[in-house]
Ligand binder design. Structure first.
Ligand code: FAD
Length: 537
């Protein structure tokens, strides 16, 4: 474990309002780590509190302005809002810790509130887990300076990855530029005995803290539930006013997401258990078939931190040992572990190249060379699933309706936008963030730049997915396509998987000419040639 800390000796505070001024008081700041199990900062803080006989409180900031600046989707905000009351209750029941929820429009407000909270309540140490996006890093650095004025410690821990950023480097101590050698080293380094889950000890005699709160802070269950509910409603309204929800029925998306992702760490851990007991055994093949839903569906939980990535890894590793003993090797399980490694990889890349947060291309020469298109009509056709390419349209409809898209389809739709339509990957990146329940800067940016051939480990730009052959391979019976595009139910699968046949049957005089479904908006072969010419420039 490594940490960054602003260390300082403790100093007596002027404010003597606190009821228990003699025993130290510490604060856990929850961010994207909404769980008790294997939470690095929470464990460290509770252990320190046990040693120092200190009291502990916790805080979470609702930051709608910041969320909007990050294009955070309504379904993700709703997921956080559904999770917080559960976190508050579990913290209280299991660790005797009170969660304070505070609505803070901006990051500056977070800093002011934390400073005041510490002063009013004689808090001498705050702990949190690292966040790796630029604004968050700046905020933490400002806060460190601000708190140091009052000799308050602010300690941060690496927790979001299985292995922390900057721990997997080449022999020259630089970050890997491509995934495969990174993965080799990552697996090698991952000595299972070293990975241990840490659970926080309960804080004894912690009930009687008389917390001094500001007007906009709440800490009873009822108040937290109500504040969270209002925050989601306000956020929805803000997005509506900004026309960010124009392509979706947000009530329907919320309903789907709430059904698919029950909130809280217990639900997340049950989902992991179910996956390890069942679908992981066919993961290598099943993961590429969108209609099967055979992937873990854990990304939404990993993104807001209701499940520990180390727990995911360890459970998979245990399953492998159970099947194959100590020298266990299982293609399905290995493949899943490698997906967890992709998640680590993109976070390590972001820490290594923080300018990515400003949406610069990883291969920055591509920004100068490629003449991206900004055709709004083409972009709208892609967003709304009206490109005339069945797999792309079905995928976009599934995203707009559920707030989730299968990984294979993320690649297909992203390549279609950036190669067939030559539209700037940043437009697609943003649209995904606005819709996805698992929207996460590092993975989303990494996935988009991979697909656009501007990022790490890019597929060579001339390898461009043909969305029709992708349909034939990964949705041969068109089950996924017909689920999301029921208007195509009578079209034979072989027609749906062939651009030429589909174009003929939808054109005037064709068998399905009367269908309300557009002709494919580009000819893939021609579009591919144009994209290659553009990339070659
Ligand atoms: P599983 O297949 O069960 O994988 C397990 C976990 O591994 C996932 O939950 C996820 O945390 C991680 N993972 C899997 N594949 C990848 C990958 N390619 N890159 C990084 N991590 C991965 N993932 C996000 O979590 N948030 C995003 O915003 C996001 N945007 C993407 C955009 C594009 C264009 C592409 C191509 C991929 C994106 N991904 C993103 C990665 C991937 O599509 C999702 O993580 C995956 O579909 C989630 O489903 P699952 O939990 O069932 O995954």
């Amino acid at each position: 474990m490594s940490q960054t800390a602003s260390k300082a000796a403790s100093k007596t505070h002027n404010n003597d309002k606190n009821t228990n001024a003699t025993s130290p008081h510490y604060l856990m700041w929850f961010r994207r780590d909404l769980r008790l199990h294997d939470n690095t900062a929470l464990t460290a803080l509770c252990e320190k509190a046990a040693t120092d006989n200190a009291q502990v409180s916790a805080v979470f900031f609702l930051t709608p302005k910041q969320w909007q600046a990050h294009d955070m989707s309504l379904v993700q905000v709703d997921h956080i809002a559904r999770t917080l009351p559960i976190l508050a209750k579990t913290l209280q029941d299991q660790l005797n810790i009170t969660l304070i929820v505070h609505s803070a429009p901006s990051f500056a407000d977070c800093i002011d509130t934390l400073t005041t909270l510490c002063q009013k309540n004689h808090i001498s140490c705050i702990m949190a887990n690292h966040e790796y996006e630029g604004n968050e890093i700046d905020r933490d650095e400002q806060l460190t300076k601000q708190l140091a004025k009052d000799d308050i410690e602010f300690v941060r821990w690496h927790d979001q990855c299985i292995l922390p950023p900057q721990s997997i480097t080449t022999n020259d101590d630089t970050m890997y530029q491509v995934f495969t050698p990174f993965y080799k080293k990552w697996r090698h380094t991952l000595d299972v005995d070293e990975i241990q889950l840490h659970d926080a000890p309960a804080i004894k005699d912690n009930h009687d803290i008389d917390l001094q709160l500001s007007k906009t802070s709440v800490n009873t269950m009822k108040e937290i539930e109500s504040l969270c509910k209002n925050t989601v409603e306000d956020y929805q309204k803000t997005l509506q006013d900004a026309e960010a929800l124009q392509h979706i029925d947000s009530e329907e998306q919320l309903k789907h997401a709430r059904d698919a992702y029950p909130a809280g760490e217990k639900a997340a851990c049950q989902q992991l258990e179910r996956f390890i007991a069942e679908d992981i055994n066919d993961y290598d093949v099943g993961r590429d078939v969108p209609s099967l839903n055979a992937t873990s569906q854990l990304s939404a939980y990993l993104t807001i931190g209701t499940i520990s990535p180390r727990l995911c890894y360890l459970q998979a590793h245990k399953a492998q040992e159970k099947l194959h003993g100590n020298d266990g090797d299982n293609e399905d399980i290995n493949r899943w572990i490698s997906e967890l490694a992709w998640r680590d990889f993109y976070r390590h890349v972001l820490v290594d190249k923080p300018e990515l947060i400003r949406h610069q291309a990883y291969k920055d020469d591509t920004d100068k060379r490629i003449n991206w298109s900004y055709g709004d009509d083409d972009f709208q056709a892609w967003c709304t699933g009206k490109t005339g390419v069945p797999l792309v349209d079905a995928a976009m409809k599934s995203l707009n309706t559920t707030g989730f898209m299968h990984n294979r389809l993320r690649m297909v739709t992203a390549m279609f936008l950036t190669k067939d339509l030559l539209i700037d990957w940043r437009w697609g990146e943003r649209y995904f963030m606005q819709q996805l329940i698992d929207g996460d800067f590092a993975s989303n940016n990494g996935g988009w730049q991979w697909s656009a051939s501007t990022g790490t480990d890019s597929a060579p730009y001339f390898r461009i997915m043909n969305p029709f052959s992708q349909g034939k391979t990964h949705d041969p019976d068109a089950i996924f396509i017909k689920t999301w595009l029921p208007e195509l139910k009578d079209i034979p699968n072989s027609t749906l998987h062939s651009e030429e046949k589909l174009r003929n049957s939808l054109s005037k005089g064709g068998k399905f000419a009367s269908l309300d479904y557009p002709l494919p908006m580009v000819e893939h072969k021609k579009a591919r040639e144009l994209a290659i010419a553009e990339f070659k420039k």
